[in-house]
Write a protein that binds this ligand. Structure first.
Ligand code: GLY
Length: 533
């Protein structure tokens, strides 16, 4: 299994050692991340999981939902412009958390061990303490300006006014108590009673609209995954309200309609076609939103007719200006990138691919006092002013406008792919870069036959229609490839890092391997069966 933090990977391995299945391990890891990786791991946020248990593939949507009091224009200022502060900072930015009921539901349906045993490693980490990593110290330091605005948060995460130093032992007794109750009573320990009341009280104190009724009425939803074929492999990924599966499916469907797999691997034509496919998939993302309001269905965008039509547009050897693909003004910035992905496989062939987030690093910055849970700022993933570039997001359409009870459009792409008895599970954080990062690793595996670690390690690129530029990691493009792309009209923009993939693979002989991304201090581990088992 592989996750973003060694202590969380250890929690998952411990559960596998104790006879748990992949679902038990995934839930234990996600809960441990809520303690040791507070930038993204959470109980106050949400996420998505694609799982294969006893051969059946399904998808759980535990995405946050807009509170009942949310409204279309709630993030606009008096002049009608979006006010980013409102959708990013403090509890007005928080959607109704989906993780407490979602992780419980995942375990209820597919877990093997007792619930309390699955929660136990996270309780221990919060109660007995965990060693602060240099990465965590840096993350807290980067978020300090946000965290200091809420004394409730600073009391835990800025003790003495400073980030907890790397190497120190961090204990969070309030979170330990919440997790203990969650382990004893399930989600109602958080979504009802005194914890829910504490969430409503602190939300109200800082101008938020979350209520106990919102928390009590939240339900995770089992959805049919997006299924598609990719170069001889079957793939299952996340459906709406995530755009991830549709973008992966469109990318692969468009590339299969060209001779992409036969173009020279690191040459300009390959990159050009990949970018042209993404340009169209992200333009179509404009139409997507909560399943109840989306203006395009998965069946429209992954239908043969639409893919054939879009594929015909890829013939030119010139970059298509993005505003010719669909004419909207370019966005200046990207979605928040603080999310986290974990992948688990067990010896019985069960597989979990799970991505979870608070949206921004430490979410909206507010920690519920006495409870230890950080609240998300996922409301910023809505189109706060549809059709106009969001200060911190992609350009999005009316389908993703704010509305009570709606789930905001996501890019998270937990994915499982298989061919015969070979299986791979993978995903990444990275906001709008998640689908392009995930599909590149997938293509490395299924088209080029890379081993798992090599596929994860390879430098990556990204294009999301708007802004019209190819974002390029160091060494992702050979100089002559970069030159030819520029000659074709592409703009290149360097970036230090794209994504942080955690992946597992079951080979046809049943061997399980795990790969953590060298870009982050992620951690992968494999349980070695005892001799004779
Ligand atoms: N908040 C990032 C995403 O859902 O894509």
């Amino acid at each position: 299994m592989a996750s973003a933090a060694p202590a969380a990977t250890r929690a998952g391995l411990e559960v596998l050692h104790a006879g748990g299945n992949a679902v038990d391990a995934a839930v234990a890891t996600a809960l441990a991340l809520a303690v040791v990786h507070p930038q993204a791991g959470n109980l106050g946020g949400g996420g998505f999981a694609v799982v294969r248990v006893h051969g059946e593939v399904s998808a759980l949507d535990f995405r946050e939902a807009a509170p009942a009091a949310a409204s279309h224009d709630m993030y606009l200022g008096k002049n009608g412009d979006p006010v980013a502060e409102k959708s990013l900072v403090g509890p007005l930015a928080a959607g109704v958390p989906g993780s407490p009921a979602g992780l419980w539901e995942l375990h209820r349906k597919h877990g093997k061990l007792d619930w309390a045993n699955v929660v136990a490693p996270a309780v221990r980490l919060a109660r007995d303490g965990f060693v602060v990593t240099p990465r965590l110290e840096k993350s807290v330091a980067r978020a300090a300006k946000l965290l200091v605005r809420f004394p409730e948060t600073a009391a835990v995460w800025l003790p003495g006014g400073e980030p907890p130093p790397a190497g120190s032992l961090m204990k969070i007794p309030s979170l330990a108590a919440t997790l203990r109750d969650y382990g004893e009573h399930g989600p109602e320990a958080i979504t009802a009673g005194p914890v829910a009341a504490a969430i409503e009280t602190v939300s109200d104190r800082y101008g938020g609209v979350l209520t106990v009724a919102d928390l009590e009425s939240y339900r995770p939803v089992w959805r049919k995954p997006v299924f598609f074929d990719a170069f001889g492999w079957k793939v299952a990924s996340m459906p709406l309200p995530s755009s991830g599966g549709i973008i992966l499916g469109q990318t692969s469907g468009l590339l299969e309609r060209t001779n992409w797999g036969r173009t020279p691997r690191f040459g300009a034509e390959r990159t050009h076609l990949l970018v042209e496919a993404w340009r169209r998939a992200y333009a179509d993302r404009f139409l997507l939103g909560d399943p109840s309001t989306t203006q395009a269905a998965e069946s429209d965008l992954l239908g043969e007719g639409w893919l054939d039509r879009r594929a015909r547009e890829l013939r030119s050897r010139r970059a298509t200006p993005s505003d010719k693909v669909r004419s909207w003004k370019p966005s200046a910035a990207g979605e928040s990138t603080e999310t986290t992905h974990l992948s688990v496989a067990d010896g019985a062939g069960n597989v979990v691919s799970l991505t979870t987030t608070l949206n921004g690093s430490f979410g909206c910055g507010l920690l519920v006092p006495g409870v230890g849970i950080l609240l998300n700022n996922e409301m910023d993933d809505f189109a706060t002013a549809p059709g106009r570039p969001n200060l911190y997001g992609l350009i999005q359409g009316e389908a993703n406008a704010v509305g009570p009870g709606k789930r905001m459009l996501s890019s998270m792409s937990p994915t499982i792919a298989w061919r015969g008895s070979e299986t791979v599970a993978l995903g990444s954080p990275g906001g709008s870069t998640i689908p392009t990062v995930t599909v590149q690793v997938l293509l490395n595996l299924v088209v080029d036959g890379d081993d798992l670690q090599t596929a994860v390690n390879r430098p990556r690129i990204h294009h999301q229609w708007m802004p019209d530029q190819i974002v390029v990691e160091p060494d992702a493009l050979a100089p002559e490839t970069a030159w030819e792309l520029e000659r074709r009209g592409h703009e290149l923009k360097p970036r230090k890092q794209l994504g942080d993939v955690n992946a597992v693979r079951i080979s046809s002989d049943g061997t399980v391997e795990a790969a953590a991304d060298p870009r982050g201090p992620s951690s992968a581990g494999v349980v070695t069966p005892a001799p004779g088992t």
